[in-house]
Design a protein around this ligand. Structure first.
Ligand code: NAD
Length: 333
């Protein structure tokens, strides 16, 4: 029995969480969920979008599953997602983008993994106004964070039979910050001679990912480039509704869909639960429940390929709950 922290999230979060729990239950994995509330929904009750109990629960259970959270723009509250990653030192953000047969997408054969550094860069939150008419945000890159994220990418490649790691940067312009990232990446790469290593400048990488994504395998990069390019990779395989994310540290891990809370669809039983279901698949793999993880992934791929009991964005007419029920039935066999 695993005890896992559950955050349903805002907007469409509760609907896709219900769908995901239905599917996990069908796979027969025994989980005790410890539910805590974060995000917009927590403000009314706790006066803060990130109550202390969330951090306490995650530190205790070490594994969490989370729906998307709404960060009110300009409210003075810091992004809860960023705060969670920093608090728990979840330094690696893993975002696999893989083609599901049957999904309308630009390419049919994509299998990319973005490994995004999760704790520094322009997301360190160090910014200030310079008078009224200028603002400065500080980009922080350290050798320590660069080294551990590149090592994480290579270790992931080794464990998952991947052949190549590509470091993405803008070291031609940002000679000190991205220069340090690239120099560190090259040094780490030397310790993994069995894995091919190369680097790309981020603008060229964006174009190459659109034109020749099949040439790439595992991509590792600082925070901001990872944020942007992982959404690009999601676009290559058919959209945000399909792509999961994992935030992993040495002590804890938090799994979530890459997409946000899509407030305009709240309560409509309309959105695709696949990204959160795939986040649960990553979580089950992390917990060592590899057989259940594989069973869910295979059943989801088969359901999507058949194209009948799937949501509107996948070309079907099923609601979120109906898609989950069809998937659960398929998993039970
Ligand atoms: P979003 O991902 O919520 O939605 C963008 C669009 O993508 C939606 O309008 C919808 O068309 C589509 N989409 C997203 N998820 C889908 C799904 N499961 N099925 C089908 N279509 C789907 O991005 P946004 O509108 O920029 O952000 C809304 C809120 O979410 C913001 O407050 C933002 O801060 C937050 N957000 C949270 C996270 C997170 O918690 N990890 C990530 C991104 C954005």
């Amino acid at each position: 029995m695993h005890t896992i922290t559950l955050i349903r999230g805002d907007g469409i979060g509760p609907e896709i969480t219900d769908a995901t729990l239905t599917v996990i239950e069908a796979a027969g994995v025994k989980i005790k969920w410890e539910e805590v509330s974060a995000g917009e929904g927590a403000i009314a009750k706790h006066g803060t979008p990130l109550p202390e109990e969330v951090i306490v629960s995650l530190k205790k259970n070490k594994v969490g599953l989370k729906g998307p959270l709404t960060t009110p723009i300009g409210s003075g509250f810091r992004s809860i997602n960023v705060a969670l990653r920093m608090e728990l030192d979840l330094y690696a953000n893993l975002r696999p983008s893989k083609t599901f047969p049957g999904v309308r997408s630009l390419y049919k054969d994509i299998d990319l993994v973005v490994v995004r550094e999760n704790t520094e860069d322009l997301y360190s939150g160090v910014e200030h106004m310079v008078g009224h008419d200028a603002a400065e945000s500080i980009k922080i890159i350290t050798r320590k964070a660069s080294e551990r994220i590149v090592r994480f990418a290579f270790d992931y490649a080794l464990k998952n039979n991947r052949n190549k790691v590509t470091a993405v940067h803008k070291a031609n312009i940002l000679k000190l910050s991205d220069g340090l990232f690239l120099e560190t990446a090259r040094a780490v790469a030397e310790k993994y001679p069995q894995i091919e290593f190369e680097d790309r400048i981020v603008d060229n990488m964006a174009m190459q990912l659109v034109q020749k994504p099949q040439l790439y395998d595992v991509l590792v990069m600082p925070n901001l480039y990872g944020d942007i390019l992982s959404d690009l990779c999601a676009g290559l395989v058919g959209g945000l509704g399909l792509v999961p994310g994992a935030n992993i540290g040495d002590e804890a891990a938090l799994f979530e869909p890459v997409h946000g809370s899509a407030p305009k669809y709240t309560g409509q039983n309309r959105v695709n639960p696949s990204a959160m279901i795939m986040a649960a698949v990553l979580m089950l793999g992390y917990l060592g429940e590899t057989e259940a993880a594989a069973r869910i992934e295979e059943a989801l791929a088969a359901l999507i390929k058949e194209g009948k009991d799937v949501t509107v964005d996948l070309g079907g007419v099923a609601g979120t709950a109906e898609m989950a029920a069809a998937l659960a039935k398929r998993i039970r066999g």
